[in-house]
Design a protein around this ligand. Structure first.
Ligand code: GAL
Length: 441
């Protein structure tokens, strides 16, 4: 009996052990299967929420979806341009997600310092393989390449080249009051045209939006003082509050603001552009993403609207390069790879940029897809004398935020000395943050 019992016991133990082993093996194999199967989803973040921007990102997403119809694409817009600088809200959102391994598969970012902030914080994978596979080194202009490269690696894939130093105007208003845009190439002649329009009953000839758009206008004024001054500005070398070039920029800005809509703080950038379309104002300084807004409203270049360079910047091309990259700890690496390839592709860029208002970041673009403004921008880009990075790409992020604060204050109190002191004090204090040296001349 005892023998029988002990045999039974042994059989039981073996059975239990087998069950445990099979559960364990099952569990492990389940785990293995789970980690091998990537859900067929693509999640990317961006801040393109205006009608023109939406049309552009939809066009790019369509190219992806045609190639990979089975993939669920989740473009996630994060409104972040109202304050704090391009993408600040988005970036603050993404950073902790990288740490908690929930990062989106890509997100929109400016090339230059903005990307560098993420590279320095070790939050991005390099995307050298995409650059190699798509042969981007041969077709992306050198200046753009340099802005996407850090420590010998590429960390972002450029999707466009935007120009910053553009004045947009309502064609019918200028025709009606016999104002010739090509004659508005000095601040004096520009302000004379504004006076003329004011006298004719257009209360606020210049339409401007919230603080970052004021900052945008001010940065173009800085460029209008001269490329040497802009070079000093982006390299942290404007450090004296009594620098006559800086004070001159603030004086021009004060004159500029005297023609601006007083409700600017509550106006988004694209609303300001649409006020040019409606005829409420005649001029708007804005990057050529505004071109996308005119197009989304079915306006025709040289018929309904037009553009000229910010006075004094005719020989310059201010650069904003939007790009996507791959954060660390993403959940869908295969789709991230596919997305970046679509972003890099000629087809993707030729779908996105004609709607975005910008030009392709590839020199082999299909010209016939671009409008008259864009075609002239492409020619300009190829032959322009000077290029300069916008503040979002060209200066440490902290500076961009500080400048926005100073400009926001200046719009209220118009105090040149106070603003010049605040900005130069900050530059001196943070000089060690300037780790890129720009040679613009
Ligand atoms: C810029 C961005 C552009 C445009 C603009 C307004 O920072 O580079 O693509 O979208 O903001 O949202």
């Amino acid at each position: 009996m005892p023998k029988k019992n002990s045999t039974k016991k042994i059989v039981k133990i073996i059975l239990i052990t087998l069950v445990i082993i099979s559960v364990l093996i099952g569990g492990i194999s389940n785990l293995i299967i789970k980690s091998k199967t990537e859900t067929d989803v693509l999640v990317f973040y961006h801040w393109w929420t205006s009608p023109g921007e939406q049309a552009a990102i939809d066009a790019l997403t369509d190219v992806f979806s045609k190639k990979y119809p089975q993939t669920t694409v989740i473009p996630t817009p994060v409104i972040s341009r109202s304050e704090g600088g391009g993408g600040l809200t988005l970036f603050e959102l993404v950073k902790p997600m990288v740490f908690s391994k929930e990062a989106p598969d890509a997100f929109q970012i400016h090339a230059g310092y903005e990307t560098k902030t993420f590279v320095d914080a070790n939050l991005l994978e390099n995307v050298d393989s995409i650059w190699r596979l798509e042969k981007l080194m041969q077709i992306v202009p050198r200046v753009v390449q340099a802005m996407c490269q850090f420590k010998g690696h590429y960390y972002s894939v450029p999707v466009d080249i935007h120009r910053t130093n553009v004045v947009w105007y309502n064609q019918k208003i200028l025709d009606k009051y016999d104002i010739k845009p090509n004659e508005l190439n000095t601040w004096d002649s520009f302000f004379e045209a504004c006076d003329k329009l004011k006298q004719a009953g257009i209360k606020y000839p210049i339409q401007m939006g919230t603080t970052w758009t004021a900052q945008h206008a001010f940065d173009q004024i800085i460029a209008s003082i001269g490329i040497d001054f802009y070079e000093d500005w982006v390299n942290g070398r404007v450090t004296y509050a009594d620098d006559p070039r800086l004070l001159e920029a603030f004086y021009i800005f004060e004159r500029y603001l005297s023609y601006v809509n007083p409700d600017n703080l509550n106006v988004t950038w694209d609303q300001a552009t649409r006020r040019i379309i409606s005829g409420e104002g005649a001029f708007n300084i804005m990057g050529d993403w505004a071109n996308g807004e005119f197009k989304a409203s079915e306006q025709v270049y040289h018929q309904d609207y037009g553009s000229f360079k910010v006075p004094g910047t005719e020989e310059m091309y201010g650069l904003v390069i939007d790009s996507f990259q791959r954060p660390k700890n993403i959940q869908h690496p295969r789709n991230s790879e596919r997305w970046l390839k679509v972003v890099a592709s000629k087809e993707g860029q030729d779908a996105f940029n004609p709607k975005k208002g910008s030009i392709s970041a590839r020199i082999d673009m299909n010209l016939s897809k671009y409008d008259a403004y864009q075609q002239s921008a492409i020619l300009d880009f190829l032959k322009i004398k000077y290029m300069f990075p916008a503040v979002s790409s060209g200066l440490p992020k902290g500076f961009e935020q500080k400048e926005q604060e100073v400009i926001g204050q200046f719009v209220q109190d118009l105090d040149e000395d106070k603003a010049a002191k605040a900005i130069t004090d900050y530059t001196k204090l943070t000089f060690s943050d300037y780790t890129i040296t720009w040679e613009l001349d």
